[in-house]
Every structure is written in structure tokens, then in C-alpha cells.
Design a protein around this ligand. Sequence first.
Ligand code: ME8
Length: 655
Amino acid sequence: MSRKFYITTPIYYVNDVPHIGHAYTTIAADVLARYHRLAGDAVFFLTGTDEHGQKVEKAALERGLTPKAHADLLTVNFQKLWKKLEITNDAFIRTTDREHISVVQELLQKLYDKGEIERRTYEGWYCTPDERFWTEKEIVDNKCPDCGRPVERITEDNYFFLMSKYQDRLVKHIEDHPAYIRPESRRNEVLGFLKSQKLGDLCISRPKARLSWGIELPFDRDFVTYVWFDALVNYFSATRYLSPAAEGSSEASKREAFWWPADHHLVGKDILTTHSVYWSTMLMALGLPLPGNIFAHGWWTRDGKKMSKSIGNVIDPNEVADAHGVDSFRYFVLREVPFGLDGDFSIETFTTRFNTELANDLGNLLSRVVTMINKYFDGKIPPASENQPFDKELRETAALMATKVDEDLSALAFTRYIQDVWTLVTRANRYVEENAPWTLAKNKDLDRLGAVLYNLSESLRLIALYLYPVMPSTSQKIWDALGIDKKIAECRMDTEQPWGKLAIGVAIQPGAQLFPRIDKQKNRETKMDMPAEEKKQPAAQPAPTGLEPIGIEDFMKVDLRVGKIISAERVEKSEKLVKLKVDIGTEIPRQVVAGIGKSYTPEELIGKSIVIVANLKPAKLMGIESQGMLLAASNGDLLAVATFDRETKAGSRVK
Ligand code: ME8
């Protein structure tokens, strides 16, 4: 029976385009998944998108889309990026999946029936963008202590998960399981917090009147569940319907039992509390086993600054990968910063690592070896006929690397892992100097030259095997170049590990240079190392929406019409939605439901000439059909509806 290995990334919000931070967690998870597959384990690697809640609803509204239509569009950005970065996730979960929703409701009902959820009246300060309540003591000048935006006083009934009663059990679990929260500094932080403060209960509902975009509570249809309750459950729900079959059986309960609990949840330090406190106590209340480990890695900045769309300094992984290759990007993010610490991305450091470590150390090693095999051995792997002290040292370095890397990855120490593989790269380069193969060639000592080149080729075979989880394409290229007719992805580490597996006499297949050096000029041309301000202008055109540019023919598919608002009324139980009747020149006016109720009174709207998307498929908002959409711009919290500066006829086309 194979060992199982279940690894997850956070599910990312579909309110923005993916950036280096999202790529970082996902690449790290991919390296572990690939390594464990090589080790022969049964692997389940899960990633996905978090699609409910206020943030997503707001982002959708700003684009004038329904939340689902918006999520459908943005989730593709993540899926495409993962494909490009050669991420081998076994499944991609979306929290709008029917099966996920049903598991969330099942678990909510179970907790409710067990008395773990209670209805209470709650009064507090609410930060809408962050979707959370704050106490009087926590707010600063009527503003959210986290994001600095104004908070609102809200009194409402809500449902609470009785989290506080699990405080002691959670402390004990963390203390008894030293690997539960990693790295150590984060574990101490969580323990420090849990030991010094009283844990509150967790409000896990939102009244539909305030937020409709969420999973309905099965025991009270006036509420949806808090987005974090929904999101965290993804790790569990996926085992039922997205996991690989468990030992031949695809039955949901068998799969759940086989895969749950996860071995690692990889997360950024920003969401450690939700995972270590909310998720752990939710699982305790449900009577489910806790994951093996929650690893909170550090935060990436750009040239020492926080990345933000408004500054224009966000690193787009697509851009780096397109300019310099996927593998070098994967290599850099894991090599540069020890997993767990904060890191800074600068194109200068990227270029230096690329040119010295990838182009010089590794790329040149391969090209020297294959060039000489071509020249002196007719392009065939020469026999290893001798055994001299340097040879022994090289083999010992390879053996030592093999024992160390396993420990490194068990500790999620990616940087150390790469460094340990590099001890063989460095040793092999020294071996070249020590043996001076060009002198051997000049002296016609072909026996020794053959042995030297065999040992170097064999070292490269092993380097590629171990680098494969980090740099899959490069590693395969090295094997191809050495004439090894196998896919690393289909190999087993233990069979490939022994020294001497490289077949003698096989024709090598030299390919293109692995890592052509980057010159600074090229970076400038691709705008990768320009200061953020300089770069912002030209990049800004298609970037703000995160959507791909379209041609005029696509734009013309949107039927925009002048619409005159003839009636307007608020939708019951909603602060935001307004039901409009709009004359668009047709016999029957259109009914349009728009989320502009916080910015306009119905009276203000009547008589306005606005822009309507007239060929949008009808959608239901809080059960009311909307037969079109109006255009509006977001201006902070206030929306501004697009109107005309001259009298226009209802129904005229807007182009
Ligand atoms: O928090 N540096 O989603 P999210 C390093 N949907 N990592 C970064 C980063 C940065 N600058 N920026 C983002 C959510 N990340 C929730 C998660 S899970 C049940 C729900 C990575 O789109 C990092 O992994 O805001 C971080 O934890 C995650 O993206 C947050 O992604």
C-alpha cells in the first residue's frame, strides 16, 4: 500500500489577478507534490478559488457583472497561470461548486444539531471591505484598525460558532504536536496569543439583506455563511468529490477516509490565524482529525515596497516567465528566500542568480560535457573505466546529497534543498577543473577522459533527478541531452538514485543552451527592471481590469443602449439593490436590478438617461429577474451611474 500525501494551497480570491505571492505558495506546493510522486506516494494536490463573500461581490459589482459571471472570468486567470507555471495540481476547487456547497451545508447543520452554533444578537463595529466586526476598544477614530477605512455600527442577529470552548484543547494540540504550526516563530506567535487572550466565539453568518453572495445556512434561509467558514471547508469537501480514487475505490466516503486529514496546508502568514484557530477548532467541533501541518510562509515585497496595483509595482509571474522561462522563476522564488521568511523581488537579484547559478554553474556544465562527448566520443556516453580519488569524492557528494534532500523537503526547507543539490553542481564543476579534460584530450588520454566525462554525465543525471521537482522542464532537457529515454515524471526516486545507472554507449542528444545569459538591456526592453513609476504608464492599458484585450469585433457584440429610467424602487431586505423599469425603445420596458441603492435614492434615479447592456442574459438577484445591466463607475464607496451630457433618445445604440 502506498503512503498518501495530501497537500493544499489557499484558495485564492477571485477579486484580483494572480501575482507572485499566489504563484509562490502554489509553486512550493507543486515541488512537494512532484517530490512525493517521485517517492512513490499517492499524492493529492489541491488548489482553487474562493468565490463567495463581500470582496468578490464588490469586485463583480464594480465590473457590472453578477458575482458568478465575474468569478467564471477571473478563475481562468489562475487556471491559465498554473498551466503556464507547470503546476501539477490534481484538482481545482471552486467554492461555487455544487458539491462543495452541499458539504458546507452538511457541516453547518451538523454543528447546529450538536449545539455548536448558537443564535445571538450582536452589536458591534463592522468593516465592510474586511467583512469583520471590531469591538469598541479595537477601532481607531471610528476606523478599521486593519485597513483604516470607516466602520459602521451594526446591531443584528447572527449565528455564532462556539469557538471559545476549544481554546484549551487547541493550546494542548499545538503543544503536543510541535510540527502542527511551522515555522517555529509562527507557532510561538499563535501559542503566545492563545495563552494571553481569551478566545471569542466566531460569528459565522451574514444576514442576506446585507450580503446575498454566499452559501445559505441550511437552518435559517435569511442568512448566508461567513466566507471563511465556506472557504476553509474546501480542504475537506474536496476529498469527497475531487480527490483521486482511493485504492481503487471512487466512493466518496472511502476517498474522504483515505485522504483526510491533509498532510500540509501551505498558507501565507496573513491567513495563519484563520487556519490555526478557526479551522482547527471547527474540525475539533466536527470530530474530524486535524491536518498534519499548517505552514505559514513569509511575504513578498517588490524592491522593498509592498506590492499594490495602485503603485503599479505588482510582479506578474506571467511576465517573468515569458521573459526568462518558467523554471528560472520557480527556481528563484524558492532559492532566494528561506520558506517562512519575508522576501523581496528585484530584477537585479533575479538576473544575478540566473546568470551565475543557472547559466554558469548548471548550463555551462552540461554544455561542456556534451560538447566534449560529441567531439571525442562520437556523441556516445563513454565507458567509466577507472576509479581515482576525485571520482570517489564526486560519488560521495552525490550520495550525501541524496540523504540530505529528503530531510530538507520533510522540513519544507526549499532553499536548503536547492543548496544541497548545488553541492553536487559545485563539486562537479570543481571536478572539471581538477581533471582538466581538455588537457587529457590534448594528451590523447582517452581512457581517463572517458571516465571523467562519464562521471560528469552521471552527476548531471542525478542533479536533474533531484532538481526535477523545482525545475521540471530543465531537468527533463538534461536527461534528454544525455540520451536518457525516460520521462522523469514517470520514474521512481529509489530506482533512479544509485550511481552508475547511465547507460554506456547511448547517443547523446544535445539541445539548445539551457539558460542563455540575461543581459540587462533585454530586461529594460521587456520593462522588467524599470522603476515602478516609469513602468506604470505603458503597462496600464489592459492591466487595470485584469482581463485580456479584445478586438472591436468583440466589443461590438455588446449591445449598449440608451435607457430612460421610468420607475425605481428599493428591493425589500436589501440595502444595495434597486429595481428599475427602463425604457430602451422597446414596447415593454426592461426590468433591471442594480446594486446602486447605497449611492442613490429611487427618486433621484427616475428620469435619468443611462447606459444599458441590452443583450445580457437575464440573471436573478435576490430572486428578482434582471433583464440587463446599467453602467456605473465605482468612486470609493459611492457609485456614479453613467449618463449623457446631451438629450438622447431611449433605445439609441451607444458605441
Ligand atoms: O486570503 N507574498 O485569498 P488571497 C506572499 N481566499 N504570499 C502572498 C502574497 C505576498 N505578497 N500575496 C498573496 C485569501 N499571497 C483567502 C484564502 S483559504 C481557505 C482562503 C498568497 O487571494 C499567500 O499564500 O488573498 C496568501 O496567504 C494568499 O496568497 C492569500 O490569497
